[in-house]
Write a protein that binds this ligand. Structure first.
Ligand code: XMP
Length: 509
């Protein structure tokens, strides 16, 4: 494995992605990780990430300098390189000119890190400090116009540093450099596969759980489904999943889940129908945040009541993914403004004193999908677009009524049908319909209509942090609109949302 020390760079997850894509296991840890813990992990190499601090600032983050005595290769990126240089006796200073964005990298001399990298290539810089003196034993292996030490090495000790960011796509040969480091310099093999992960994890779950019982909240999404499948493989009937039907799901969603997970895969699931309870609690509520809070609270009550029926449960299974873990352990991720208070199914019943079982907590989303496939999950579920916990409640803008939910469900079903048929479902991050709380005039046959407006939202995105509206073909949009207005009673107008995020958000509420 490769150990990545997280100095707080906004790109640290990308480093992990690049290593994992190369089928090498890696783990991201904060600089406070004790040297003994590092020895236990026994990494074949360490990558020191970038970060926002200056190495010469007071309290700049540092990892135990004993890493340089482990005898393993180390690659420092940006701040990580500064840390290496500073610790080993070189000097870093504030640069005369800050450098941000594209630069032309020129390779110098010979280095295993730069094998198969062109003499001139584009790299991506983001720094205000520069190296002015290298430690003994180091030499320069690359420069840019503005930075005389853009890459350096101590080949004998296998220490390498890059001032720029090889993990971002703008550094054209960045992946090659990372591959040179992990395969050639560290000697890692391409051995990290989801089949292997599944095998090891099933054994681990068995060892941890023994003959105890596990409860797991199913949301219908890929993360909780894959978690359920993995735990089911490990302990079978000792697992009880709970699926709460809140009446805010899409058409036939609960039935589909039942068919796939319960009937086909034989997972032990309790379906709790709580539609009326949710609807009653939401009656008359129009504020989006209040909707979220109410749904979260009712969900917790229903889930807890059901979970209590399962006597002697000791564990709560949860589909936590690695990006959340990295984010929550980062010492540098400052508080961000709450735009929408998300609630996640499963992370709720703290009162029940259950131990957490989070078998996916070292995986990224695309790895979870691969794992789902390896475990035999349907393509439909594996490739499901994200669906928010509060469901259709935040897509029926304004007041939620049974009728308005029903209309939206029908509109959404038509939309998804057309998107799938046109081969767009997997290309889009999300595609869904929103029902507006206003009516407009239309004409149907010879009569005047006065009905609701449906908005279509389709976005592309990598991680939902930013998103762009999808340039769907006009013909497809035309078909969607036609079918909705013809097939769904209560809607006589369809509009397409052409806002990106930011400044808009993906969901309307
Ligand atoms: P926004 O609307 O903030 O959404 O751009 C970003 C992503 O988060 C999803 N989303 C939610 N997921 N509970 C969830 O579990 C929520 O309350 C919630 N609100 C938004 C949204 O679908 C998108 O993928």
């Amino acid at each position: 494995m490769i150990l990545i020390i997280d100095f707080g760079s906004q790109f640290n997850q990308l480093i992990a992605r690049r290593v994992r894509e190369g089928k090498v296991y890696c783990q991201v840890e904060p600089p406070s990780i004790p040297i003994d813990a590092i020895k236990t992990l026994a990494p074949k190499g360490i990558i020191l990430s970038g970060g926002p601090a200056s190495i010469y600032a007071k309290n700049s983050p540092r990892v135990d300098a004993a890493i340089f005595d482990l005898g393993i290769p180390i690659l420092g990126i940006c701040y990580g390189m500064h840390f290496m240089v500073d610790t080993l006796g070189g000097k870093v200073k504030q640069a005369a000119r800050r450098e941000y964005g594209f630069a032309e990298f020129t390779a110098k001399g010979r280095s295993r890190l730069l094998a198969k990298v062109d003499k001139h290539s584009q790299c991506w810089m983001s720094h205000g400090d520069s190296i002015v003196a290298l430690p003994k034993g180091f030499s320069v292996i690359g420069t840019t116009d503005n930075t005389s030490v853009a890459a350096a090495q101590n080949a004998r000790r296998r220490f390498y540093g890059l001032q720029f960011h090889p993990e971002v796509v703008h550094t054209v040969k960045g992946t090659q450099m990372i591959h040179n480091f992990i395969y050639d310099i560290c000697g890692c093999k391409r051995s990290w596969t989801m089949q292997g992960f599944a095998r090891d994890t099933v054994t681990q779950i068995r060892d941890t759980v023994g003959d105890q019982k596990v409860i797991l909240g199913l949301s219908g999404g890929v993360d909780s489904s894959v978690t359920a499948l993995l735990v089911h493989k490990a302990i079978g009937r000792q697992l009880t999943c709970i699926f709460v039907d809140n009446g805010l799901l899409r058409k036939e969603e609960a039935a589909n889940l039942k068919l796939r997970l319960k009937q086909h895969l034989k997972i032990n699931i309790r379906f709790v129908s709580a539609r009326n309870r949710f609807l009653r609690a939401l009656a008359g509520v129009t504020d989006p945040e209040r909707k979220r809070k109410i749904i979260g609270k009712v969900f917790m009550d229903v889930f807890e009541a059901e979970a209590k029926k399962i006597k002697n449960a000791k564990f709560l299974g949860q589909g936590t993914l690695y990006p959340d873990v990295i984010e929550s352990q980062s010492a540098f991720g400052g508080p961000t403004a709450v735009i929408k208070s998300h609630h996640n199914v499963g992370g709720l019943p703290k009162k029940m004193k259950l131990k957490l079982l989070e078998p996916l907590k070292y995986l990224f989303k695309d790895e979870v999908r691969q794992l789902g496939k390896a475990l035999g999950l349907d393509d439909d579920l594996v490739w499901r677009q994200p669906f928010p916990g509060p469901g259709l409640a935040i897509r029926v803008v304004g007041e939620i009524t049974r009728r308005r939910l029903e209309i939206l469900r029908e509109v959404d079903a038509v939309l998804l049908d057309e998107i799938r048929k046109a081969g767009y479902y997997r290309k889009l991050w999300q595609s869904f319909a929103v029902l507006l709380p206003i009516k407009s005039v239309g004409i149907m046959g010879d009569g005047r209509t006065y009905e609701y407006i449906a908005a279509i939202r389709a976005v592309t995105s990598k991680d939902a942090m930013t998103a762009d509206w999808a340039r769907l073909p006009h013909a497809l949009l035309g078909r969607i609109s036609n079918r909705i207005i013809n097939e769904v009673r209560g809607v006589n107008r369809v509009v397409y949302d052409i806002s990106s995020k930011p400044p808009s958000t993906i969901e309307w509420e």
